[in-house]
Design a protein around this ligand. Structure first.
Ligand SMILES: NC(=O)c1ccc[n+]([C@@H]2O[C@H](COP(=O)([O-])OP(=O)(O)OC[C@H]3O[C@@H](n4cnc5c(N)ncnc54)[C@H](O)[C@@H]3O)[C@@H](O)[C@H]2O)c1
Length: 315
């Protein structure tokens, strides 16, 4: 498939790399020249990390340079494309202006897929684009996190979403199809709910950050890859969950606007891994910490491939 990626930032260059590793030819563009110039080196660095763990799908740096080309102009980037991926900044006005431009330069047959996180992009598009528009939402870094949320525009022509889904699946990504758009899709909404709960437990003195993470990793996370949430419900037995709902044994915390513990850390300059300190004392170089996280992620992915999952498969 000939793919065009518009926006070469954090997500754009990673998405381009995945399509290239999948054997596709990719053109990439960005209105910010330094970002576009930086993209090939970032892709090469990510490819080297993957290659060090045997996860580069047989692609070497020469093949990467051949398959992904950078183009300063939008029209040149989308010329001949079958799939145009929009990965520009999350600003409605910028997206609206780009979609109007794309209508005039995108090939007739091409599908447009937006990587938006929280915006309902369909009302921002010219009506004539809607029959060929969808959302394909990736996670960071796209070459390590397999999930891609797919959402059709309300007027999407039959066959387009399925073609993107099949191409993603062939690259060993995990496309999931939602019936309609909701900000945050599934995974980020669940993540937000978990973050709210955890922040509440910490701020109300029930546990510290380390204890929360131990409970998450050794309790919830250990089971989740195998049984997800709904397959776990079946294993638990639905009547137990029915009682939990009926008896209101558990009620989630009231919504809150700010977390005092987080506000205090940020005010002290402890903003997370990049500053060496957040809820944890990290110390070391951010690049080394990120590499170590990625090494473990790759090892876990390999193990999961071998183990398989009972979530989804049984349906
Ligand atoms: N960062 C994440 O974790 C993440 C995850 C999933 C989805 N997303 C979504 O992906 C999109 C991009 O996010 P990002 O994190 O890569 O942002 P980013 O700021 O790293 O990159 C966006 C790029 O778009 C470029 N740009 C702006 N207007 C443009 C135009 N008209 N044409 C071409 N390029 C243009 C900017 O110069 C910038 O380099 C957003 O919609 C975001 O919500 C982000």
């Amino acid at each position: 498939m000939r793919v065009a990626v518009v926006g070469a930032g954090l997500m754009g260059h990673g998405i381009a790399l995945v399509w290239a590793m999948g054997g596709h030819t990719v053109r990439i563009t960005d209105t910010h020249a330094p970002t576009l110039e930086r993209a090939p080196a970032l892709m090469a660095k990510a490819l080297a990390t993957l290659a060090a763990h045997g996860e580069n799908k047989g692609m070497d740096p020469a093949a990467l340079a051949q398959r992904v080309t950078a183009h300063p102009g939008l029209a040149e980037c989308v010329e001949g494309a079958e799939l145009v991926i929009e990965a520009i900044i999350e600003q409605p006005d910028a997206k609206r202006a780009l979609y109007a431009e794309l209508l005039s330069c995108m090939p007739e047959g091409a599908t447009l897929a937006s990587n938006t996180s929280y915006l309902d992009v369909f009302p921002l598009m010219p009506a004539a684009l809607l029959p060929r528009a969808m959302i394909a939402h990736w996670y960071t870094p796209p070459y390590l996190v397999d999930l891609v949320d797919l959402v059709p525009s309300p007027e999407l022509e039959a066959g387009r979403l399925e073609a993107v889904r099949d191409a993603l699946a062939a690259m060993e990504q995990k496309p999931v199809v939602m019936k309609r758009f909701i900000p945050g899709y599934i995974a980020n909404r669940i993540q937000a709910t978990v973050q709210n709960e955890v922040q509440w437990l910490i701020d109300n003195g029930y546990a510290d950050a380390r204890t929360v993470d131990e409970a998450v990793v050794h309790g919830i996370a250990l089971r989740m890859p195998i049984v997800g949430v709904m397959a776990k419900a079946d294993f638990t037995g639905l009547p137990l969950l029915q009682h939990t709902f009926r008896n209101r044994m558990y009620s989630p915390p009231e919504p809150f606007d700010a977390s005092p513990s987080m506000d205090a850390l940020i005010a002290a300059g402890a903003t997370g891994v990049m500053s060496g300190r957040g809820y944890y004392e990290w110390g070391g170089e951010p690049a080394a910490l990120i590499e170590e996280r990625d090494r473990r992620l790759i090892a876990l992915k390999k193990a999961l491939r071998e183990i398989g999952t009972m979530a989804g498969n049984a349906l």
